[in-house]
Design a protein around this ligand. Structure first.
Ligand code: PSU
Ligand code: MN
Length: 306
């Protein structure tokens, strides 16, 4: 049964009903991940990239008590400009829906909404993961258990190296989430093309990814798949360049007492400031590239549905 709180906009419902390719997009990256006005430009650009590849973009967020799949341009603009937008992960849905107003969905929440709507492909920047020091803070993103339980393929540039990447991969393995390197044999590190961590599986074209998605779900394996696409070379940073900024940003976050859901947005904006905007341009370039790869995968998946 589809909840009355779920608002799948007509153009999305029609495309899905026709078996057409649809790519989900999150709203946390708009509201909390990128500064204004780049956020609105990027949100629009991601939709254009997906349309140009023949798929339909469905940006997801909470508006006035409803979980909307397929936000309008006007709504996306509100996410890009309003202050105090709630960051919504799985635990936050019901309270934020009850309160009304805007809620920006994280990877976890966007996956949940996409699956409810019947969307199988989702493009983002980087997933949340195991934070450094999680052995004492217990800070592990809800994105990881969501990947374990919700059947959506998430195209990302890995997880940011502010996280503990080896442990992030361990948790994904524990939960049986396939991690596919897209044209790479190692896990990308978001700002940099490689973390140096070897992946078991490498896939080189969208049709092969779509085939693995079909097989995974046809077997009755639950949960999502992670497609790890390195940032484009031209925009990627060198590890030596980004590591010092990350160490400084982590120290600044600790000194400022930043905790919980505020950690990721704090680090992103702190890194952008410290790097003179280098991390921001890398972030935007990889978001655009992930949208293009996701659209190609969605088109391939729609061409031979399960
Ligand atoms: N990675 C980015 N930009 C972002 C995020 C991740 O490059 O804005 C957001 C995503 O929405 C992700 C969330 O789901 O941060 C993870 O937050 P947390 O670590 O609090 O789970
Ligand atoms: Mn967290």
């Amino acid at each position: 049964m589809i909840s009355s709180a779920l608002d799948i906009r007509t153009h999305i419902a029609d495309r899905l009903a026709a078996g057409g390719p649809v790519v989900a997009l999150e709203s946390t990256v708009i509201a909390h991940g990128l500064p204004h006005p780049r956020n609105i430009e990027v949100a629009q650009r991601l939709q254009e990239i997906i349309r140009a590849a023949g798929a339909t973009p469905a940006t997801i967020g909470l508006v006035a008590g409803r979980l909307v799949v397929g936000l309008s341009d006007g709504e996306i603009e509100r996410f890009a400009t309003a202050d105090d937008i709630a960051k919504v992960s799985r635990r936050d849905f019901a309270p934020v829906l009850a309160a009304g107003g805007l809620g920006a969905t994280t990877v976890a929440a966007t996956m949940f909404a996409a699956a409810q709507a019947g969307i199988r492909v989702f493009a983002t920047g980087g997933i949340g993961g195991v934070h450094r020091g999680a052995e004492s803070s217990f800070d592990i993103s809800a994105d990881l258990p969501e990947l374990a339980r919700t059947p959506v393929a998430v195209i990302c540039a890995g997880a940011k190296s502010v996280l503990d990447l080896p442990r992030t991969l361990e948790v994904l393995e524990t939960h049986g989430v396939p991690v596919l390197g897209y044209r790479t044999a190692t896990f990308p590190a978001f700002y940099t093309t490689s973390s140096g961590l070897a992946l078991e599986h490498r896939v080189d074209d969208p049709a092969a990814v779509a085939d693995i998605m079909r097989t995974h779900w046809a077997l009755g394996l639950s949960g999502g798949l992670l497609i790890a696409n390195p940032p484009p070379e031209a925009a990627a940073m060198a590890a030596g360049e980004v590591d010092a900024f990350i160490a400084e940003a982590l120290a600044a976050a600790t000194a400022a007492g930043v905790k919980g859901k505020d950690v990721t947005p704090y680090l992103l904006s702190d890194l952008a400031a410290r790097s003179g905007g280098r991390t921001l341009s890398a972030n935007i370039a990889l978001l655009e590239d992930n949208a293009a790869v996701a659209a190609a995968i969605a088109v391939a998946y729609a061409a031979a549905p399960p």
